[in-house]
Design a protein. Sequence first.
Length: 251
Amino acid sequence: MDGNKLADQYFDAAIGLLERVRDEESESIAAAAAMIADTVEADGRLFAFGAGHSSLAAQDIVYRAGGLALMNLLAVPGVVGVDVMPATLGSALERVDGLAGAVLDTSPATAGDVLVIISLSGRNALPVEMAMNARALGIKVIGVTSVAYATETKSRHVSGTFLKDHCDLVLDSKITVGDAELSAEGIEAPFGPASSVVTNALLQAVMARAAGDLLARGIEPPLLRSGNVDGGHDWNGQIFRRYGDRIFYRR
């Protein structure tokens, strides 16, 4: 199999998914953006959570040049990335009952805030309980997941439910079960995961729409600038001072 052909096939698959999400999730993107804008306008706080590789999409909207300064990472020790050793420990922790409740109880998130929960499968205990506990506290939940998993796999939570069942709003990434877009003769396992590409783009689209919604309401979106451009640090310093009570990644 020609390697260039496989690379082209991957780009085609990723572009196809991005176009599908853009076209099919437009109403949900608008609703998620409005929820975030409502929260910013009401002096609420914004949080994002993801486990394993799903944490990459959460990290991509936190303390990011061009991103909303008010988005905070809700971190669970051991599950934020593959830096924990062994890396498989993170996957095991996603299945631990009660961990989400302990994290939320010690976090600054409170009623009226928004929590974005990213989980490709949405089947493990951690994201399911995170959503359940957050809503019980009066926190609005935006779930980012592949809805297909709910029909093609079994939940690992005692309730038998998925992340999508405990959200105020769901954004469907459309990723196929298994997160592998390619196959080739001679290669036994499917390959070419696209969930990071699609989920990152989906959430950045929400952030862009939220910035536009805030502007339409006469509110300057609290956006960060790159520290690698002249004046960037000074700009960000002003944002941090103005919104310091809603920014937790600097404490």
